[in-house]
Design a protein. Structure first.
Length: 254
């Protein structure tokens, strides 16, 4: 019998009731030594064990690595036992999406609309960052969980109470969701390799060669290169909300 280091979840769940700080109560992980043998576990699986283990895999390896067999290995159980509890891969992914959504914190209703949106955007981005592949899945396949759309309704309510018309409220919500999703996916893909034809080195050489024809690009790009990805996301959110605030002020004055 040999030993292998694996990851396990200490606690997984939504923030404590009443906590509107915007903090992410993420999935804490710890390492433990477990004995590996040819025998499978003797105790029955529980729903919490299955969802916790699935989140561990997503947090450490990404959603694309999640499979029924991988989950069974994490639980030291037979794949048939996992199928019995979960059903199939699609239901397993939905289980993960549901748990990830539970980690999203809705700010207090008495906040100014902009403060509310900033806190919500920051929390949403951090939750998605902690679960690689989830933002990509949502962008391509969406999520039919009613709780997701109840969260959307709360977001729209904040905008409408602030005075945004129905169309503008929808546009601000859509722009914010698109921005957060795109930024997190970009962060998780990482930068283009340095030696790639369109990498930073090649871009720098090209700009140096054609500097006379790219004066504005040469002036702007260096100011963006050193910005940390998460800070860039925050800056883009602020810029978007600046535009929304201007749109709101214009509608109030007309």
């Amino acid at each position: 019998m040999s030993k292998q280091t694996v990851f396990a979840a200490r606690h997984v769940g939504p923030p404590p009731a009443g906590d509107v700080s915007g903090r992410v109560y993420a999935l804490p992980l710890h390492r433990r030594e477990v004995a590996i043998s040819s025998k499978r576990r003797a105790t029955p699986l529980t729903a919490d064990e299955i969802s916790d283990a699935a989140l561990v895999i997503v947090r450490t390896e990404g959603l694309d690595s999640l499979s029924m067999r991988r989950l069974a290995a994490e639980l030291d159980a037979w794949p048939t036992s996992v199928y019995h509890h979960v059903g199939d891969k699609q239901q397993l992914v939905q289980l993960v999406l549901d748990r990830v959504h539970e980690m999203i914190v809705l700010p207090a209703d008495d906040l100014d609309w902009r403060e509310w949106m900033e806190a919500f955007a920051a929390n949403l981005a951090e939750v998605l960052r902690l679960h690689p592949g989830v933002a990509e899945h949502l962008a391509t396949q969406g999520n039919a969980n009613p709780q997701v759309w109840i969260t959307t309704d709360r977001t729209l309510a904040v905008l409408r109470r602030a005075g945004f018309g129905d169309e503008d409220a929808g546009l601000v919500w859509l722009a914010l969701m698109e921005l957060i999703g795109a930024r997190v996916r970009s962060e998780q893909r990482g930068p283009v390799a340095e030696d790639h034809p369109s990498g930073a080195a090649a871009l720098g050489a090209m700009m140096a060669e054609h500097a006379a024809d790219m004066t504005h690009l040469v002036a702007v790009v260096p100011r963006l290169v050193g910005v940390a990805p998460t800070n860039l996301t925050d800056e883009l959110v602020a810029l978007l909300l600046d535009g929304a605030a201007a749109r709101l002020a214009e509608s109030r004055s007309s």
